[in-house]
Design a protein around this ligand. Structure first.
Ligand code: PHE
Length: 446
C-alpha cells in the first residue's frame, strides 16, 4: 500500500545528485586510495572498474528497480507481493545495517568537522609537523569533545532529513555535490604541481599486474565497490522510491557509478602526490586523513588553505552519505510507525547518536575495550562492511532476479534494449549472487 502523498524529487538532476551524494563519502576519499595502493595500483583499478561495471552497476539498477516499483521504504519494498517472513527480515536487516553504519560513520565524520573547524579558525594551522599524531591522540582521548562533534554531525544530518526529500536532501545535494567536484579537482590539480608528485601517482597507479593473480585483490575490489556505491543497505531503494514517473533509471545508475569512480580517483590524486612529495608514509585508514595529511599541510605552501578545503570536502561528502543512511531509517519509521517526517528524523538521529557514543569513546577513554581483539569502531566497521553489507547486497539481487516476476523486474529497471536486458538479468541472477557468495565464504575462511 503506498501513501497517498509520497514525497518526490523535484527534478531529475536532484535524484542523480542526491544518489551521488550517498555514494561519494569517506570511502572515496581515504579508503579507496589506500586499498588501491596496497593492491597493486593500476591492477586494482582495473579489477575495481570490472567489479563496478559487472556487479555494482547491475546491483544499483536492481535496487532502483525495486524502489521505483514499490514506492515504499526498504522493508515495504521487500515485502510487496506475497510476503514470506524471510523477505521482510531482509528489509529489516537493511534498516539495521544502515543504522549501524550511520552510528560509527558519524563518529569519523565528527573528527572531520573538528579538523575543518580547527583549520578554518586557524587553531590547527600552526601545528608543528611532529605533533600531528599526538594532537590527534589527545583529541580522541578527551571524553567530551569527540562525542560533541559526533553529536554536531548527527544533528546536521538530522536537520537535512527533517526538511524533507526535495527541500532537505535534494537541496543540500544540489549545493554540495558540484562544490565538492570543484574542490576535489582543484586539490588534485594543486597536488600534481608539487615536486615529487610522480611518486604519488606511481603509488596509486603503477601497475603491478602480478597482483591480479591474488584472490584478495578481487575481494577488496568487490567490497570497496559495494561500500562506495552504497549497495546493500536500502539507500538506493529508498531514494528510488521518490523518483518521478518516467525517470531513466539505467542512465542514472550509469552516471552514479561513473561519478563515484571518478571522484575516488580524483581524491587519490589529491592525496598521494602530496604525501610522497613530503616523504611521508601512506598510512592506513583514519590515520591517513587525521595524522599523515596534517603533517603534509604543515609543510606545504598554502597548506592551511588546502587543509581547510580538504576537511570541508571530507565533512560535506560524509554529510550527504550520512543523510542517505538516516533517510533509510526515518522512511521506515514514517511508514511503519506512522510518524511525521520530523519526528521520525529526530528519533532516528537521536538513536543513531546514542548507538555511536561507544564508538566515539572507544578510540579514547574506552580504548582498552576490545571485542575480538579490535576496538569498538573497528568492530562496527568490520561487521557492517564485511558481513551485513554483502548479505544485504545478495538479498537485493536474489530478490529482484528470482522472486520478482521477470517481466515486472525488467519493466521496473527501465532497460529497453534486449541485449542489455539479457546482460542485466545475467548479472543480477547469476554473476552477482555468485560473486558475493564467494566473497562471504572467503571472509568466513579468513
Ligand atoms: N558510499 C559511502 C562512502 O563511500 C558510504 C555509504 C555506504 C553511504 C552505504 C551510504 C550507504 O563513504
Amino acid at each position: 500500500m503506498s501513501e497517498p502523498a509520497r514525497e518526490q524529487w523535484a527534478s531529475r538532476a536532484g535524484f542523480v545528485l542526491a544518489t551521488l551524494g550517498c555514494a561519494v563519502g569517506l570511502g572515496n576519499i581515504w579508503r579507496f586510495a589506500y586499498v588501491a595502493g596496497e593492491n597493486g595500483g593500476a591492477a586494482f583499478l582495473v579489477a575495481y572498474v570490472a567489479c563496478v561495471v559487472a556487479i555494482g552497476l547491475p546491483a544499483v539498477l536492481a535496487e532502483f528497480a525495486l524502489g521505483g516499483r514499490a514506492r515504499l521504504d526498504v522493508v515495504g519494498a521487500f515485502s510487496t507481493g506475497r510476503a514470506p517472513r524471510a523477505r521482510r527480515r531482509a528489509g529489516a536487516g537493511a534498516v539495521l545495517t544502515a543504522f549501524l553504519i550511520l552510528a560509527y560513520y558519524s563518529v569519523v565524520a565528527g573528527w572531520a568537522y573538528k579538523y575543518f573547524a580547527g583549520y578554518a579558525t586557524g587553531e590547527l594551522r600552526g601545528l608543528p609537523r611532529g605533533e600531528a599524531a599526538a594532537r590527534f591522540a589527545a583529541f580522541l582521548r578527551e571524553p567530551f569533545e569527540p562525542t560533541a562533534w559526533h553529536f554536531a554531525f548527527m544533528a546536521s544530518a538530522t536537520a537535512v532529513v527533517a526538511l524533507g526529500v526535495a527541500r532537505g536532501i535534494e537541496r543540500a545535494s544540489r549545493i554540495l555535490m558540484p562544490l565538492l567536484g570543484a574542490i576535489v579537482l582543484l586539490l588534485a590539480g594543486y597536488a600534481l604541481s608539487l615536486p615529487g608528485a610522480a611518486r604519488g601517482l606511481a603509488f596509486l597507479f603503477a601497475p603491478d599486474w602480478s597482483a591480479l593473480a591474488r584472490p584478495g585483490l578481487y575481494l577488496a575490489a568487490l567490497g570497496q565497490a559495494f561500500f562506495s556505491l552504497g549497495v546493500g543497505m536500502g539507500v538506493l531503494i529508498t531514494y528510488a522510491s521518490y523518483v518521478r514517473e518516467g525517470e531513466r533509471l539505467p542512465r542514472a545508475a550509469g552516471m552514479i557509478a561513473a561519478g563515484d569512480t571518478l571522484f575516488a580517483v580524483a581524491a587519490g590524486i589529491a592525496i598521494f602526490p602530496a604525501v610522497f612529495a613530503f616523504g611521508l608514509d601512506p598510512a592506513q585508514g583514519p590515520a591517513l586523513a587525521f595524522v599523515t595529511l596534517p603533517q603534509v599541510f604543515a609543510l606545504m605552501p598554502g597548506g592551511g588553505w588546502f587543509a581547510t578545503a580538504f576537511f570541508f570536502l571530507l565533512s560535506a561528502a560524509a554529510l550527504t552519505s550520512a543523510v542517505s543512511l538516516l533517510e533509510v531509517v526515518a522512511a521506515f519509521g514514517m511508514r511503519r510507525l506512522g510518524l511525521a517526517r520530523r519526528t521520525a528524523a529526530l528519533l532516528a538521529g537521536l538513536a543513531a547518536f546514542a548507538a555511536g557514543v561507544p564508538a566515539a569513546l572507544g578510540s579514547g577513554v574506552w580504548r582498552d575495550v576490545a571485542l575480538l581483539g579490535r576496538g569498538i569502531l573497528e568492530v562496527m566497521d568490520y561487521v557492517t562492511g564485511s558481513l551485513l553489507l554483502p548479505l544485504g547486497g545478495i538479498a537485493v539481487v536474489v530478490f529482484v532476479g528470482w522472486f520478482v516476476p521477470r517481466a515486472a523486474a525488467v519493466e521496473a529497471s527501465g532497460l529497453r534494449s534486449g541485449a542489455l536486458v539479457r546482460l542485466w538479468l545475467l548479472a543480477v541472477r547469476y554473476l552477482a549472487p555468485a560473486a558475493i557468495a564467494v566473497m562471504l565464504v572467503a571472509l568466513a575462511g579468513a
